[in-house]
Unconditional design. Structure first.
Length: 119
């Protein structure tokens, strides 16, 4: 499976960006897509997780709740991350991933897209 992330860029604090991640290749019957990020010198952290194919709830890192919104288009095998009210501490490389039901954690990753928020 291939994951192609896009939408990163440079934005001022308080601005918005929308990330997209399209999956192609192997298909799965039930999976969740999510976003992680890694800032320089820090470990990769979970940001948001979409619902499974059949439903469920979404998950967010506490620090992005109310500012970020994850959504998913099953027909396009694409997940989005709408990021509003961006802060300099949101600066990181953002990665999308896939977690397949019954296979443990996120095992498939995209190449990452840089998000830089200036103060």
């Amino acid at each position: 499976v291939q994951l192609q992330a896009s939408g990163g860029g440079l934005v001022q604090a308080g601005g918005s960006l929308r990330l997209s991640c399209a999956a192609s290749g192997r298909t799965f019957s039930n999976y969740r897509m999510g976003w992680f990020r890694q800032a320089p010198g820090k470990e990769r952290e979970f940001v948001a997780g979409s619902r499974w194919n059949g439903g469920g709830i979404v998950y967010y890192l506490d620090s992005v709740k109310g500012r970020f919104t994850i959504s998913r288009d099953n027909a396009k095998n694409t997940v989005y991350l709408q990021m509003d009210s961006l802060k300099p501490e949101d600066t990181a490389v953002y990665y999308c991933g896939i977690r397949v039901a019954g296979e443990g954690g996120y095992a498939y990753w995209g190449q990452g897209t840089q998000v830089t928020v200036s103060s």
